[in-house]
Design a protein around this ligand. Structure first.
Ligand code: SF4
Length: 426
């Protein structure tokens, strides 16, 4: 049995792949990318059918953050020419949310820049959640406000929040290279607080920051351990005016391999393509729908996405369907969003044993060949664990840092929607 057959079988059983298997997915060659997508697509369809969940970002407060996350256009000292504004009023946020919901979104993600909310900020967001829920009976609301203090997750839950997003972003080993004003442990703590309060946890990563394949596998395994219900995968948007502006490391094929790896490691979890989808996947976006079951509709926090109509057309043309408000996103064994984080106890995507704002980055709430080891249809003998590991390590060194053309022409600072007088893109 070759690598991909093994991974499909494991994905259908919710069994954790070995690290070498996950590394081997990242090490597959561009020639094998369709085989990788087809295999991970089987796992995606088993747990989520042809459904695509749409999420809509509302940036409640933009820019002027005191934290120094290198990837973020809102960071301390950022020279990026983004919109900067303080808290939207509840009715302003509700209007922006309504545009996304009218466009087909079932979840609204309320995001605010900053290290974390004050209790007064939690009051503001609670009022905003109420304003949105008063107008839209079945909407899911996710808050993304940074690091939480004791009791704040519970207050958000009581106010009607269904979920809380806080990304791990990168591996524990490299976290200090990306951010110095808070720690990886701080981030883990906030995800655990959200879980403990009965909120559906949303936590993901950013690929494309110069990390190694091992780092990517590390963060995805850490996420599986934390067991969020949704995992946004951001592909770094290297904003001019931020320290990572020159980090153009991603090709469409690498993005597909990363999404496939995440799907194999977290098979029954909502995998969301987040920021950088248009910038890095470009015309290959429809293939990514075979891996992820969730995307953001329209614009991101500080950058513009493709037109909401183009998102909907892409989903339909690729043979997928937009998940309706009445449909349950997660497989039954995980429980439903809104009822807490589900019955993860029976395995799910890992145990609670032990991942933003972080999604404030490129995307949003919530960027990022070697040896042919995947066993494509025509190939060769099944790869042994040793050969898989060896190929992975060689290709990883070769591929992870491979420079690509800077596509600054595809990075558009958001100039419409929340915080402006112009209509939102939805
Ligand atoms: S990711 Fe969040 S905490 Fe970090 S700089 Fe951006 S807004 Fe601030």
């Amino acid at each position: 049995m070759d690598l991909l057959n093994t991974l499909v079988d494991k994905g259908l059983r919710r069994e954790l792949p070995t690290r070498d298997e996950a590394l081997a997915v990242l090490a597959t060659s561009d020639d094998d990318v369709l085989d990788v997508v087809a295999a991970a697509g089987k796992v995606r369809r088993h747990w989520f059918g042809q459904r695509v969940k749409l999420n809509y970002l509302v940036n409640l407060k933009s820019g002027l953050c005191p934290e120094d996350c290198s990837y973020c256009s809102q960071r301390l000292g950022s020279k990026a020419d983004i919109l900067k504004y303080t808290w939207l009023k509840p009715d302003e946020a509700s209007q922006a949310a309504a545009a996304g919901l009218a466009g087909g979104a079932k979840r609204v993600c309320l995001v605010a820049s900053g290290r974390g909310p004050t209790d007064r900020d939690v009051d503001r967001v609670s009022d905003t959640i109420k304003a949105i829920k008063d107008q839209n009976e079945n909407v899911e609301v996710c808050a993304c406000l940074g690091l939480l203090s004791d009791g704040q997750a519970e207050r958000l839950r009581e106010a009607g929040a269904d979920a809380y997003n806080h990304n791990l972003n990168t591996s524990e080993g490299t976290y200090g290279d990306i951010t110095t004003t808070h720690t990886y442990a701080d981030r883990v703590d906030t995800v655990q607080k959200a879980h403990a309060a009965g909120l559906s946890a949303c936590s993901g990563l950013i690929a494309g920051m110069g990390e190694s394949d091992e780092d990517l596998v590390d963060v995805v395994y850490s996420l599986r351990e934390l067991d969020p219900d949704s995992v946004p995968v951001n592909f770094l948007i290297p904003f001019e005016g931020t320290p990572l502006a020159k980090e153009w490391n991603l090709t469409p094929q690498r993005c597909l391999r990363i999404l496939a790896m995440v799907r194999f490691v977290c098979p029954d979890v909502e995998v969301r393509i987040a920021g950088g989808r248009e910038v890095h996947l470009r015309t290959m976006q429809p293939l990514a729908l075979h891996l992820a079951n969730s995307i953001f509709l329209g614009d991101y926090l500080t950058s513009e996405g493709q037109a909401g109509k183009a998102d909907l057309d892409m989903i339909a043309d690729a043979g997928f369907e937009v998940e309706s408000a009445g449909e349950v996103t997660l497989p039954e064994h995980r429980g439903s969003v809104g009822g807490g984080c589900g019955s993860h106890a029976d395995a799910g995507c890992g145990s609670h044993g032990s991942a933003g704002c972080g999604s404030h980055e490129s995307a949003g709430c919530g960027s990022h060949e070697g040896g042919s080891v995947c066993g494509s249809a025509s190939s060769a003998p099944a790869a042994s664990a040793a050969s898989v590991a060896s190929a992975a390590s060689v290709a990883s060194a070769a591929s992870a840092e491979k420079p690509t053309d800077a596509r600054t022409d595809l990075v558009a600072v958001r100039r419409r929607g929340a915080g402006t007088d112009l209509a939102p893109n939805a």
